[in-house]
Design a protein around this ligand. Structure first.
Ligand SMILES: N#Cc1c(-c2ccc3ccn(Cc4ccc(CN5CCCC5)cc4)c3c2)n[nH]c1N
Length: 245
């Protein structure tokens, strides 16, 4: 197996989509070995308590450290080399970007800790950091209820980078982002649909002009929707004339 992934959550059913389609195929082909665990497995009281009130006051509840400590003890064999990476989705995390997806696709073992409530007692991450690399990661500047959907996103981004998961067509699409712009619009049959026609050039067979048309469309789209992406393009990449057009 290329990669082992463990996910711990109080809502393990939230991770059911990881059984489907491409990720399901990656698991069936042996490229990915995924296990989802219920954090309450590591509680011992009759109410299977995972949360408590926050020290210092404040709204909501905080996830208790003990269940998490026992869960990580169970999932990290003593002396595992190299150690797994613990990934903890959090509103306070570093931004999740494609570069991180590439880094994590190279890991042998990932463990995802899905927080809920106001988050996980910080000592869980501090203690884990004494025996494995720990990354708090955020999907973006919006507020979710917990870490589960972040794990679905991260797992999709990472799994598609594992060898053999992408068809070579997709991997070419992956490369197309290499030019640092948003992709051009795509079309398929029929040539005319509800009064909207496919741009003539795409049906011309003139591959040089088609490539130029796509690059111009990509530039215009990027300038309109993601000017921040243009700011980082090396000058040699950017022809001001294209933008002005
Ligand atoms: N990835 C990612 C995330 C998450 C995320 C990830 C993991 C957990 C675990 C619990 N929550 C809920 C929550 C929501 C808001 C706060 C902030 N506090 C609220 C009042 C004072 C500050 C604390 C927890 C989570 C949210 N949100 N947005 C992303 N991009």
């Amino acid at each position: 197996t290329r990669m082992r992934v463990d996910v711990v959550s109080i809502f393990p059913e939230y991770l059911a989509p990881l059984d489907l389609s491409l990720i399901g195929r990656a698991r069936a082909s042996g490229v990915l070995d995924l296990a989802v665990h219920d954090l309450r497995t590591w509680t011992h009281d009759v109410h299977r308590t995972v949360d408590d009130t926050p020290y210092g006051g404040g709204p909501g509840m905080v996830m208790r450290p003990e269940p998490w400590g026992e869960a990580l003890d169970a999932l990290v064999p003593v002396g595992e080399e190299p150690p797994p990476r613990l990934v903890v989705p959090s509103p306070a995390g570093v931004p999740f970007r494609q570069a991180l997806a590439h880094e994590w696709a190279a890991e042998r073992h990932l463990i995802f800790a899905c927080g809920r409530y106001e988050g996980i007692d910080q000592r869980v991450l501090e203690h884990a950091a004494t025996r494995m690399p720990v990354t708090e990661v955020s999907l973006g500047d919006y507020v979710l209820f917990g870490g589960e959907v972040a794990v679905l996103v991260i797992m999709e981004a990472v799994t598609r980078l594992l060898p053999g998961v992408l068809g070579n067509a997709d991997s070419l699409a992956e490369e197309s982002h290499a030019h640092g712009l948003l992709e051009a619009p795509v079309y398929t049959k029929p040539p005319g649909w509800r009064g909207h026609d496919v741009p003539e050039i795409l049906r011309s067979g003139d591959h040089g002009r088609i490539a130029r048309w796509r690059r111009d469309e990509a530039l215009v789209r990027t300038a309109r929707r993601r000017p921040d992406m243009l700011a980082v393009l090396p000058a040699t990449e950017l022809d001001k004339r294209d933008i002005a057009a």
